[in-house]
Design a protein around this ligand. Structure first.
Ligand code: ADE
Length: 224
């Protein structure tokens, strides 16, 4: 899989996307994540400007069609993209089923929104999907792109060590994950539930399911 991220702030994403599991997945060849600086596609040789004042006189700056179109067109000349995603609080709310589905794609572009927005013609004619990571407004789409890339990559088979563990995450079956514990079995008088020390797999699984259902009912009844 390949994810191309177009942004005016590549430095904001460089570290985040080259750490831990995302780095390992790239080193293993499971995914290629490429950052593209939108300014490299500016026609303004001197200042590399990519934004301009909005028609109509409202406040803030708007990303121009031209550099965005040039960036997307240059990528589309090289391969076929399954989706061209724009990060925006107006978009469809990102969730686990969406991450799973996008992880099956061959090639994705994520265009990070910025400033007051982007010339609407890009959204109408080039973008295939608009995604929001929640009902709040971020300063730009970079953090949203990082959240999406992380959630997408970690469900690619082989990305996390234990293949089972991505599937047993919270949300994968619309249930929150059960509690987990590690040694010591007793800490400051607080004991790990007895069943987890029993070695009885069937009983452990039944307990975990019961805990998942109880936690979901209590904490996220909307998921049931
Ligand atoms: N850009 C600004 N706010 C955003 C959000 N909530 N989700 C995705 N992109 C955004």
């Amino acid at each position: 899989m390949r994810i191309d991220i177009i942004t005016v702030l590549p430095e904001m994403l460089e570290q985040t996307l080259n750490c831990s599991i995302l780095k390992r997945a790239q080193d293993k060849g499971l995914v290629e994540i490429k950052l593209h600086n939108l300014r490299d596609y500016s026609l303004d040789e001197k200042h590399k400007r990519v934004d301009d004042y909005p028609f109509g006189g409202s406040a803030g700056m708007v990303l121009q069609c031209e550099p965005v179109d040039r960036a997307i067109s240059s990528l589309k000349e090289q391969r076929i993209y399954d989706e061209i995603i724009y990060t925006s609080p107006d978009g469809e709310q990102f969730n686990q089923p969406m991450a799973n589905q996008l992880s099956l794609c061959e090639n994705l572009i994520i265009l990070c929104g910025h400033y007051k927005g982007i010339d609407y013609r890009i959204r109408e004619f080039l973008i295939t999907k608009e995604i929001s990571i929640g009902d709040y407004v971020l300063t730009g789409g970079e953090l949203a792109a990082a959240v999406m890339a992380d959630a997408i990559v970690r469900v690619i088979p082989g990305a996390i060590g234990d293949e089972q563990s991505a599937l047993s995450d919270s949300f994968q079956d619309n249930l929150l994950a059960p509690p987990v514990y590690t040694r010591p079995a007793e800490y400051k008088g607080m004991k790990v539930p007895e069943v987890l020390l029993s070695g009885h797999q069937a009983k452990i699984q039944a307990w975990e399911l019961e805990q998942s259902i109880e936690r979901t009912k209590r904490l996220r009844p909307d998921l049931l």
